[in-house]
Write a protein that binds this ligand. Structure first.
Ligand SMILES: [Zn+2]
Length: 166
């Protein structure tokens, strides 16, 4: 996160180690799953300009009527990063899958604030996954059922649609 822990203002007593509250148990499997998508769907690896990335972030946020996070280039960052206030997208993370992934962090964090679930949330948990699938399905024009099948192989938990209303 660019400005330290995004939960600081919501979680009294946070000493910037909020992440230790819950383990992010699906994280590695989410990365592995996304890599398999990269090979399957040509559209997914198309490199976008930073302006196209910003448009895509806004488009996704508009679906849920949340304020889009600010998109920054993150030139010197090694990784992409996403949250409800900022999304960092270094050069090699400017494709649809990466943008959907990072924007879904913003959606999930807004969700946690709205439903007051920040103590039990996981960065790459079931709620996050629901938002990723919903938006990947729309942006890559793949039926969500088909995407669900790819997720099953990695035993990723996905929250129910009715539990993910922003
Ligand atoms: Zn992530």
């Amino acid at each position: 996160m660019l400005n330290g822990c995004p939960w600081r203002k919501f979680h009294k007593g946070c000493r910037n180690n909020c992440k230790k509250l819950t383990d992010d148990s699906q994280k590695q499997r989410v990365y592995c799953w996304e890599e398999t998508l990269n090979h399957d769907i040509e559209e997914s690896v198309k490199v976008l300009t930073i302006e196209e990335c910003k448009k895509l972030v806004s488009k996704i946020c508009n679906r849920y009527q949340i304020k889009p996070p600010e998109v920054v280039k993150g030139k010197w960052k090694r990784r992409a990063n996403g949250g409800k206030d900022f999304i960092t997208l270094p050069n090699r993370y400017r494709d649809r899958i990466a943008v959907v992934h990072e924007t879904s962090h913003a959606l999930e964090q807004n969700h946690a604030v709205k439903y007051d679930t920040y103590e039990t949330r996981e960065d790459h948990g079931p709620i996050f996954m629901r938002y990723v699938l919903e938006n990947l399905s729309k942006e890559l024009r793949i039926p969500i059922k088909k995407l669900m099948k790819t997720v099953e192989i990695f035993e990723l938990k996905v929250a129910r649609k009715k539990d993910c209303k922003l």
